[in-house]
Design a protein around this ligand. Structure first.
Ligand code: FE2
Length: 424
């Protein structure tokens, strides 16, 4: 074997196992693997998981915080205006450099697959070209899937549909949209039809920013689900954000969720962003603005949590840590039951992997040897501690290591060290 991880706890089984890795794939998982390897890692009862996956990100804007100025109000609309100010000043080299730096952070956090939207409204397609280049360069260590995103509206922004098609021809993978940003509800619905028909014609996946608003009458997800069903796109379409659902009438939602389920539309909530941007103009009570995560999950719909932004015009914080995203999602959705907390871990690992259609994902024999050793014994402890990634493995090679978090104490009669785990 090339590598053996000994005494690993897995997400969905009890008892510790050894994981044998050969030629970039998982070759064996057994309680006591009778084999030797060039390298061994002793997990010592720690959780070994498949990598984190971020199903919703904006890599063309990441790490641009403060350029050309900061978002003073902290609102979505100032963020969009600020992005408009920054766009003319962007260079391909700067986008590539910032994106590569973010991918370094991602790898160190065990985040090895990202779906990033890329703005295609600028006819120069500077950002699309830059991110196609980044996708090529990070391929050995990170799967980057790109969405052609007409930030200013595919119908509202002149030439945006042509630009979107050119971006797809350049190597962008997925068709994006933003129906709630079109001029009218009718234009929003027409944009959904146009983009879904294009995706169906070309065999592409769809991921739209959909109803990222507190307006309960923003109902483009209904059109998206209906068009998915009509065009036979089941399992290939995602509605991102869906925040208006938070404010919708309950009777309407009781019809909407089964329609989404029937169409096989998945959902992505972005808890860090939507808890800060939505409900911003409310007085009190203030709406949380995140979509109805537990209700969608209970209906059997795939729901992932995305990071959306890190240090950009919309969000000043973040560091590529999907456990921080899961932690916030758990709190905002009040998903504090045992199964619910585990579902929050799935929402940053295997559920987004399914949404992206990643091949060979998982800690199972035959899968790619991509995994993360966490300084935690189970998914709930991992979320609670935002546990250190003591080893990150890609195709059988260790690509990042971090020290476990330990603090020394100088207290009479007390232990010399704490690790923040409950002693079992
Ligand atoms: Fe987004």
């Amino acid at each position: 074997m090339d590598l053996i991880i000994r005494r690993a706890a897995l997400v969905r089984s009890t008892g510790l196992v050894d994981i044998g890795i050969e030629a970039g794939r998982i070759a064996a998982i057994e309680p006591h693997l009778n084999a030797s390897a060039r390298e061994e890692i002793d997990a010592n009862g720690s959780l070994v998981t498949a990598p984190f996956v971020d199903a919703h990100f904006h890599m063309d804007a990441t790490l641009s915080y403060g350029l050309p100025r900061v978002n003073a109000s902290g609102t979505l609309l100032e963020g969009i205006a600020l992005w408009g100010e920054l766009k003319p000043e962007l260079t391909q080299e700067a986008i590539v450099e910032r994106a590569l730096q973010y991918c370094d952070w991602a790898v160190a956090r065990g985040l090895l697959a990202i779906r990033s939207h890329v703005d295609v409204c600028d006819p120069r397609l500077l950002a699309a070209e830059a991110l196609v280049e980044v996708k090529r360069r990070v391929k050995p260590y990170l799967d980057l899937q790109l969405v052609a995103f007409p930030q200013d509206g595919v119908l509202r922004s002149p030439g945006a549909f042509e630009n979107l098609k050119r971006a797809i021809a350049l190597g962008v993978d997925v068709v994006g949209g933003i129906p709630h940003f079109e001029r009218t509800m009718a234009d929003g619905a027409a944009s959904v039809t146009l983009l879904c028909e294009y995706a169906a014609e070309h065999g592409l996946r769809v991921d739209m920013h959909c109803d990222e608003s507190d307006d309960p009458m923003s109902r483009h997800i209904e059109t998206l689900a209906a068009e998915t069903h009509r065009l036979g796109l089941h399992g290939r379409v995602t509605g991102s954000h869906l925040t208006s659902m938070h404010s919708m009438d309950n009777y309407y939602v009781s019809k909407l969720i089964p329609l989404m389920r029937e169409a096989g539309v998945s959902a992505i909530a972005n808890p860090l962003i939507n808890i800060t941007l939505q409900g911003h103009s409310d007085t009190y009570p203030k709406r949380r603005g995140m979509t109805r995560v537990p209700e969608l999950m209970a209906a059997g719909i795939d729901v992932a949590f995305g990071h959306d932004c890190v240090m950009d015009p919309w969000y000043s914080l973040g560091s590529g840590d999907m456990l921080e995203v899961a932690h916030m999602g758990l709190h905002v959705a009040q998903m504090t039951g045992v199964d619910a907390m585990r579902a929050c871990f799935d929402a940053v690992t295997r559920t987004p992997a399914r949404i992206l259609g990643l091949e060979g994902y998982g800690v199972e024999v035959g899968c790619h040897a991509d995994c993360v050793v966490l300084d935690a014994r189970d998914p709930i402890e991992a979320i609670r501690l935002r546990a250190a990634r003591t080893a990150v493995i890609r195709r059988g090679k260790v690509v990042s290591r971090s020290p476990a978090v330990r603090a020394t104490l100088a207290l009479e009669g007390r232990p010399a060290e704490v690790d923040f785990r409950i002693q079992r």
